[in-house]
Write a protein that binds this ligand. Structure first.
Ligand SMILES: C[S@@+](CC[C@H](N)C(=O)[O-])C[C@H]1O[C@@H](n2cnc3c(N)ncnc32)[C@H](O)[C@@H]1O
Length: 208
């Protein structure tokens, strides 16, 4: 049973198509549904290891784009020249360390970060990571641009969604088909970032 679940359709497809993880199809689905990635875009991928979102993002931005990734773990795979990665903890990383690799603010911030443990309270850790992402946005994301971040559904999910809505023109939750049915993961997608002024005005003040 566990073997059957592990080697599902997306796992086999990822192996056949040369992606580092089945998660690749979650990003392709998010992009197809929300039109997040454009040729030439600057994309930040938080929690990027082993690197399948970096692969998908690099294909979609093309050689004129930039993809920057950060993870607690090193990304060992050889990736396209438009990809740069850092090892680091997002809870202790300053936005400048990321924007300097892209020479500017990003057009899209992605986060597939998930707690490394799998036990009681993972949803709370996930919500904390999401709030860290929201708090970093003023130093990372260009006004008008987008966000897609994973959250494990739990008691904090409605609050994080509400906080994201305050910062974006539109924000909603989405569960890709490629997410395992048993998983509590959802993605919060925001489009039309209001920019730092919105936070300073107090309308997004509890997002950090
Ligand atoms: C589900 S994996 C990401 C998979 C990736 N999107 C891919 O397609 O290859 C989640 C990642 O989040 C990373 N992570 C968790 N907490 C983090 C933190 N505080 N800072 C940076 N990365 C973190 C983990 O190390 C893990 O590699």
């Amino acid at each position: 049973m566990a073997r059957r679940v592990l080697h599902d359709q997306y796992f086999k497809q990822a192996k056949a198509e040369g992606y580092l993880a089945r998660s690749a199809y979650k990003l392709t689905e998010l992009d197809e549904r929300f039109k997040l990635i454009r040729k030439g875009s600057r994309i930040l991928d938080l929690g990027c290891a082993p690197g399948s979102w970096l692969q998908v993002a690099a294909e979609r931005v093309g050689e004129s784009g930039v993809v920057v990734g950060i993870d607690l773990k090193r990304v060992d795979a050889k990736l396209a020249p438009q990809v740069a990665t850092l090892v680091g903890d997002i809870e202790q990383t300053a936005p400048e360390a990321l924007t300097e690799l892209a020479a500017g603010l990003f057009d899209l911030v992605l986060s597939d970060m998930a707690p490394n443990t799998s036990g009681h309270g993972d949803d709370l850790v996930s919500a904390r990571l999401c709030r860290r992402v929201l708090a970093l946005l003023p130093g990372l994301l260009a006004p008008g641009r987008g966000l897609a971040m994973k959250i494990l559904e739990g008691q904090e999910y409605p609050g994080v969604l509400r906080e994201t809505k305050r910062l974006f023109r539109d924000a909603q939750g989405f569960k890709p088909k490629a997410s395992r049915e048993v998983s509590s993961e959802m993605y919060i997608v925001g489009k039309g970032y209001a920019g730092p002024a919105q936070r300073e005005a107090g309308t997004g003040g509890d997002a950090g």
